[in-house]
Ligand binder design. Structure first.
Ligand SMILES: Cc1ncc(C[n+]2csc(CCOP(=O)(O)OP(=O)(O)O)c2C)c(N)n1
Ligand SMILES: [Mg+2]
Length: 1020
């Protein structure tokens, strides 16, 4: 830490090391003479052209005098304040930040003093004994091998597995030191991870649980078949849940605790295609009725059930949207991480809640599924459990026909540092494995590929006898006394409630790492010849009568043939042991799951004066809207309601956005704190990591940052605490990169801010094609509950942001904001005094300026973002050089204007007999004079959106085409949105409207060297 005070009558607080900056402006004094201050109280805010930072006090005491005023330029070492210290301890001498060079010199001196001679260590060349190494795998001394194995067994029996593991590790280390080539294996044999003797037994009533599970299976399948019988176009899936029923049931009956007044609740990410199974259970639990089941996938009329988990459509039921595969795993990881963040920041209590995510084995091929598993291990997320349902099939065919998905996943997860539990074989295999003295059964298991495993379950016992056990005489012998039916009964681990229970139990108790349970199942389990383990299982949504009969018999569902033919649901009486049991289990676990509730208190919006400094002109001072935003966030961190709830999320761009001041001020979240002294520890903006840090610095990981944003934006329901996530991304790498996550965030009803920083195709000058964003507003417009704004001036930003806080976090509206901010520095005017200005900013447009000297010819200019400034400049030229008047409108949101326009238009069409309503665009422009010209730093279609709502000639300019690096001036010329093009096109438009002669435009084309033959920028 920096300390800058010197011994004297009073203490002096000096400007600390502020990095590379000199003569930085003081923009705010946060204290006054006579104030009592404490260590860390902010004293002044200083601002360079890139960022603003508060300087905290390092002394407690009474301010005797202040030596700086707003507008002063200060550098390191300048005097800020004199303070009469209230510290009792004697004032120390000036403490100088650690000087690395000095430390090195001292260390070298010490070395010399101790006379340590740096002599080369004696290299002892050991003669390697000349032994003949047998390269092949054959055992050259089986007796010796047996002795080693017996010793190991003795250790396991006497001292347990841990000790055996330790000894093996030591042996391997020793062999490595001696130069042996240690075989590296990420995988273990193709058998269950938990040995039979260590399996914790379920206390549940297995018979009753099986009956319940059978009914859930039946009703789930019936729901899909009935819906498709009625409307074959509806679709649906039976095979996925059929393979996963046991995996869900064991969790529901024994592990997953619901949210209630005493407990925050476990969070379960259900695999999207399993939705029918989850509804089916809710039906037995009495949460859904038959009518609702019959409306599966028919949501337009109220009361239908959504095809997949969609919180937007079933807001009291589903918590997490998962059906876009790959998003669930990632969202679950960041959810678990955010839970720890809230705990470590002291915002929620640690009551051992877990996040469970159910995933398909095919889904694991999505890069996102595995993309964040390293983070989960690094952050020691032992509150996270993945269950990968390995039914060996995806939609078209096998997941890994030629390999083994379970082994592959084991290696990947173990390599990443996860606790891996494989649940491959069911209990019927236990005696066979116990009798496998020669190891040939395990060998056959290891060597059989998934394509074969799948094919076996599509056939019968005789086929398995021949193809699998027939591989070796030893395995053939093992099953010589089993019938084909017995062989067929040999079950897979994921269908065995005992094995699943043991795995869940172990996963729940694991400490220090996330757990993945990799369970082997059969796709379409029980569906018979049409649907079980065949390549078409995934698409099967109809079962014929024979299949239905087979399904009923297989699971002993008590329905008559007639009832089966009618595909009736089956729900036992309320007083039946099954219904009583299912309800009791959930009651004991705190309530029903899934369920979406919220008890979060609103966050009171900050008083409007917190933004008052953004409503006055910045005068000479130039700044970008990105910087204005950071200034605003710094102000917000002074509001006691808002400050603790802000979650700034950054994917490694804090310095680009001038946010490095936040590192010291609120710290970077790091679950282990900071184990090192940062290189820049002496500086004001030092990289400070802390267990209770507030900033989520995600590294170069937009998808991860977005997942954090969703976790924080839904904290009001998942943790009953309203948080305010603000994810600042490099505009192009935001919406475009994470579009599907943004959609999931919207479905999840996330509340918060997305900031597309350094935005605009021509405003982010040097970076080029892949950086310059000219379309993110269009992407944002595709999301119905996303409000997007492209402000130009700091007061617009302040008004929009405050309204966002009010609507989302005080009013609890399920909307979110996308705001673009830019990195072009300019001065910002005072907010217009017009009382309707704020309303206009929020609705999308307001008049910002008018040139009306000549009262002859007029044009309406509509501009957004930095291009608004080009318009103002162009309008000035038109006024001064061509005597053309204009009105200039700042359009903060074409998207919002279009939404309003659509709604009003629809109303008018539906109410032909009523007085037509006016859209906001029409209210603004209806009575104005002259044609309209709109422009933004985005594609023309951005402003074209309001074209239908103006009954005048409308022209638009924009930045259609690929970006490229150059200066802003050249880029705006290239895309034809600079003031010269605005003047020229303006004149041309007026000529076309026959308001002026065409010669003016022709002259302007020459004057400004506009090349008529240059192709459209979209073609360049
Ligand atoms: C991102 C994405 N791509 C494609 C799909 C379409 N789709 C739905 S299920 C499925 C196969 C799923 O296989 P798997 O993950 O193994 O799940 P299983 O049904 O076998 O449990 C596919 C391709 C989707 N839902 N999401
Ligand atoms: Mg699968």
């Amino acid at each position: 830490m920096y300390k800058y005070y010197q011994k004297c009558m009073s203490e002096k607080l000096l400007v600390p090391d502020i990095g590379d900056f000199e003569k930085v402006e003081v923009i705010e004094l946060l204290v006054k003479q006579g104030d009592q201050i404490k260590v860390n109280d902010p004293i002044v805010t200083i601002e360079s052209d890139k960022s603003s930072v508060e300087i905290p006090s390092t002394i407690s005491g009474l301010i005797e005098s202040i030596s700086v005023k707003v507008g002063d330029k200060v550098s390191k070492g300048d005097l800020l304040l004199n303070v009469v210290s209230s510290d009792n301890k004697p004032v120390t001498e000036k403490i100088i930040p650690k000087d690395t060079e000095k430390l090195i010199i001292e260390a070298e001196e010490a070395l010399k003093k101790n006379n340590i001679k740096e002599e080369p260590a004696e290299i002892i060349k050991k003669e390697k004994p000349q032994i003949i190494q047998v390269v092949n795998q054959n055992d050259i001394d089986p007796v010796e091998t047996q002795e080693w194995l017996e010793s190991l067994s003795a250790v396991i029996n006497r001292d347990g597995n841990e000790r055996a593991h330790y000894l093996i590790k030591e042996l391997m280390n020793k062999a490595y030191m001696e130069g042996a080539n240690i075989p590296y294996s990420q995988t273990t044999p193709y058998i269950n991870t938990i040995p039979v003797v260590e399996e914790v037994k379920s206390t549940g009533d297995q018979n009753i649980e099986r009956r319940i599970r059978s009914l859930i299976r039946w009703n789930a399948a019936a729901m899909v078949v009935r819906a498709n019988k009625k409307f074959p176009e509806l679709g649906g899936h039976i095979g996925t849940f059929a393979s996963a029923a046991t995996l869900y049931d064991v969790g529901m009956n024994h592990f997953w605790r619901a949210k209630n007044e005493n407990f925050g609740g476990d969070l379960i990410y259900f695999q999207g295609h399993c939705a029918p199974g989850i509804y089916s259970r809710a039906f037995l639990e009495g949460r859904l009725n038959e009518k609702q089941l019959d409306n599966f996938r028919q949501e337009v009329k109220p009361g239908g059930l959504s095809s997949y988990p969609h919180p937007w459509l079933m807001p009291d039921f589903w918590q997490f949207p998962t059906v876009s595969m790959g998003l669930g795993p990632m969202l679950a990881i960041y959810q678990a991480r955010f839970m720890k963040y809230l705990i470590n920041r002291g915002l929620i209590k640690d009551d051992g809640r877990k996040v469970w995510a159910f995933l398909g084995d095919g889904e694991m091929d999505e890069p996102e599924s595995l993309g964040a598993i390293g983070l989960a291990a690094r952050e020691k997320l032992d509150n996270l459990i993945f269950v990968v349902n390995c039914n060996l099939q995806r939609l078209d065919g096998p997941v890994r026909g030629n390999g083994k998905i379970i082994q592959e996943l084991e290696g990947i997860f173990r390599g990443a540092g996860w606790n891996v539990i494989k649940v491959i074989w069911g209990s019927y295999w236990d005696p066979l494995l116990a009798n496998d003295k020669t190891g040939h059964l395990v060998k056959a298991m290891n060597e059989t590929v998934d394509g074969e495993y799948q094919a076996m379950k599509a056939r019968d016992g005789a086929y398995v006898r021949e193809k699998f056990f027939g591989k070796f005489p030893e395995t053939k012998k093992l099953i010589s006394n089993l019938s084909d039916t017995d062989i067929w009964r040999l079950n897979r681990g994921g269908h065995d409630p005992h094995k699943v229970f043991a795995a869940y139990d172990k996963a729940s108790k694991n400490i220090g790492s996330p757990t993945v349970i990799i369970a082997k199942t059969i796709k379409g389990y029980g569906m018979g010849k049409t649907g079980e383990s065949v390549n078409t299982t995934h698409q099967t949504k109809k079962l014929d009568i024979d299949d239905l009969m087979y399904y009923r018999d297989r699971f002993d569902v008590p329905l008559t043939d007639e009832q089966v033919k009618n595909i009736e649901y089956y729900k036992p009486d309320e007083n039946s042991p099954e219904i009583k049991y299912i309800k009791k289990r959930r009651l004991d676990l705190g309530g029903y799951i899934p369920s979406r509730t919220t008890y979060a208190k609103p966050i009171l919006s900050p008083p409007s004066d917190i933004f008052d400094n953004m409503k006055v002109s910045t005068g000479e001072k130039q700044m970008s809207t990105t910087m204005a935003l950071v200034r605003m966030l710094t102000n917000l961190l002074r509001d006691k309601n808002v400050a603790p709830r802000l979650v700034p999320i950054i994917p490694d761009e804090a310095r680009t956005f001038g946010m490095e001041g936040f590192f010291q001020k609120i710290g970077i979240y790091a679950h282990e704190g900071q184990k090192y002294e940062p290189e820049d520890s002496a500086q004001l903006s030092s990289y400070r990591e802390e267990k209770s840090g507030q900033v989520l610095e995600e590294g170069i990981n937009e998808a991860g940052a977005m997942s954090s944003w969703i976790a924080a934006g839904t904290s009001y329901t998942n943790h009953d605490i309203e948080m305010i996530p603000i994810y600042l991304f490099y505009s192009m790498f935001g919406f475009q990169r994470i579009g599907d996550l943004a959609w999931a965030g919207a479905d999840s009803q996330s509340r918060g801010f997305l900031i597309g920083a350094t935005a605009g195709r021509t405003t982010l000058a040097g970076e080029g094609l892949q950086h310059q964003d000219g379309h993110s507003h269009l992407l944002a417009s595709t999301i119905p509950n996303c409000l997007s704004y492209d402000p130009t001036f700091h007061y617009e930003l302040a008004v929009i942001f405050r309204e966002g806080l009010r609507r989302m976090h005080e009013n609890k509206e399920n909307i979110f904001y996308y705001i673009t901010t830019m990195n072009e520095n300019y001065s910002h005017p005072e907010m217009p005094k017009d009382k309707n200005c704020e309303e206009g900013i929020l609705k999308g447009m307001y008049k910002i300026k008018e040139f009306s000297k000549f009262k002859k010819t007029k044009i309406q200019f509509l501009g957004s973002g930095t291009i608004l400034r080009e318009m103002i400049a162009g309008a000035e030229i038109l006024q001064n050089e061509y005597q053309i008047d204009s009105e200039i409108w700042s359009v903060t949101s074409f998207n919002e204007l279009r939404r309003d326009g659509m709604e009003v238009e629809r109303y008018n069409l539906l109410n032909p007999d009523q007085e037509p309503k006016k859209s906001f665009v029409e209210l603004c422009l209806g009575k104005t004079e002259g044609p309209i010209m709109a422009a933004s730093d985005y594609m023309r279609i951005n402003s074209d959106q309001i074209r239908p709502y103006v009954n005048k000639s409308f022209y638009s300019l924009g930045t259609d085409g690929f970006g490229r690096s150059d200066t802003r001036k050249n880029l705006r010329n290239f895309f034809e949105v600079d003031k010269e093009h605005i003047v020229t096109y303006g004149l041309s438009v007026l000529a076309k409207e026959q308001l002026i002669a065409s010669k003016y435009a022709s002259e302007a084309i020459k004057k400004y060297n506009i090349d008529k033959n240059k192709p459209m920028p979209t073609k360049l």
